[in-house]
Design a protein around this ligand. Structure first.
Ligand code: NDP
Ligand code: OXD
Length: 318
């Protein structure tokens, strides 16, 4: 009797699939801890599940997972998942919201901003040339930064840079208001924002509107000697245009964390460009210890028939 009861309980328990190349076991254990009533499966060889938590799953995952009530992306960006031809149109896709990523983005942005505001590249070069060459004081408020994308991550970055005393402009799709940040929105306001920026931070999702947004014309709006930091998706920047802007010193230094093709191909000019600093898509990693709590809470709400935040608007693409 007890065996039958256990079999029935297992059969009717909620089923969650975890499918990610990285930290799969950590995710499984963290979700099991948060949702002890659920059966958690890892890898793509699982029975039909109620929820799936994925990052770069196999292309055919939706052929075997036909009963999903919601799909959770392990990342904040969902452009890759949205491109799966077999992704069911009506399946709610839920993305990560912050989960410890905003603090990491702020660290990265502060590092880049401080390096340039304090003219460290200039002093590095002066040292190489054996020059003792003190430069005039610049006030924090005289260093102008723009943050393109004012969502969960970009909004945190813009506020942190403004709190630090830099002059910050932000740009989004719809009107926004953030303390200490001059906010603009829509394509008509982009060029004015760029033209006053010593440093530009990209924190936009990749959509049909943002692909190739930072092209030759937009880079030409920047003052000579600006800094570009792409922390969003490689495709937001036109690589050829950025390399030309670097060679012409319109852009003095580029900090690139993301690329159209990852890992970046051996021999790509970014690898060896003296004024490109690149990192392997680590600007903000998803800590599963925190993120599993967010996923579990949303699953509980969905099970109770409640709405959750972070559901991707398929028409907008983010
Ligand atoms: P959000 O969805 O919270 O924010 C997106 C922001 O971009 C919003 O302010 C939105 O405007 C704005 N935006 C979208 N489309 C346009 C447009 N056409 N014109 C102007 N503004 C636009 O995303 P997150 O902040 O959570 O994440 C941002 C991106 O960061 C992710 O999509 C991902 O690509 C990238 N990322 C990179 C990581 C890394 O390690 N490098 C880690 C995590 C994320 P509005 O406010 O009006 O909607
Ligand atoms: C994400 C990412 O979207 O890692 O979270 O890029």
């Amino acid at each position: 009797m007890a065996v039958v009861f256990i079999r029935l309980a297992l059969q009717f328990a909620m089923k969650i699939l975890v499918c990610t190349a990285k930290e799969q076991e950590g995710w499984r254990a963290a979700l099991a801890d948060q949702l002890p009533e659920a059966n958690i499966y890892v890898g793509h060889d699982a029975p039909s599940c109620d929820y799936a938590v994925v990052w770069k799953p196999p292309d055919n995952i939706f052929d075997s997972q036909r009963s999903l009530k919601a799909l959770f992306s392990l990342g904040a960006g969902v452009n890759r998942l949205l491109a799966y031809p077999s992704l069911p149109q009506d399946l709610p896709l839920v993305r990560m919201e912050d989960c410890g990523m905003a603090a990491q983005m702020v660290e990265y942005a502060l590092y880049v901003a401080l390096r340039h505001y304090r003219r460290m590249p200039f002093y590095e070069q002066a040292q190489l040339n054996g020059h003792w060459s003190p430069q005039p004081l610049r006030l924090r408020s005289e260093f102008h930064i723009s943050v393109l994308g004012l969502g969960v991550l970009g909004g945190s970055v813009a506020r942190a840079l403004a709190d630090f005393g830099f002059t910050v402009s932000g740009w989004s799709r719809s009107p926004k208001s953030l303390p200490g940040v001059r906010c603009g929105h829509g394509i008509s306001e982009l060029e004015a924002i760029l033209s006053g920026s010593h440093a530009v931070f990209l924190l936009l999702p990749l959509t049909s509107e943002t692909a190739g947004l930072i092209n030759r014309r937009r880079l030409e709006q920047l003052p000579i000697g600006s800094v570009v930091a792409n922390l969003s998706r490689g495709e937001v920047v036109d690589d050829g245009a950025l390399l030309s802007a670097l060679d012409g010193w319109r852009v003095a230094e580029a900090h690139l964390d993301v690329f159209e093709h990852e890992p970046l191909a051996p021999g790509h000019p970014y690898w060896t460009h003296p004024r490109v600093s690149l990192t392997p898509h680590i600007a903000a990693l998803t800590p599963y210890q925190v993120a599993a709590g967010q996923v579990a809470e949303k699953i509980r709400r969905l099970q109770a028939g409640d709405k959750v935040s972070g559901v991707v608007d398929r028409a907008r693409g983010y």
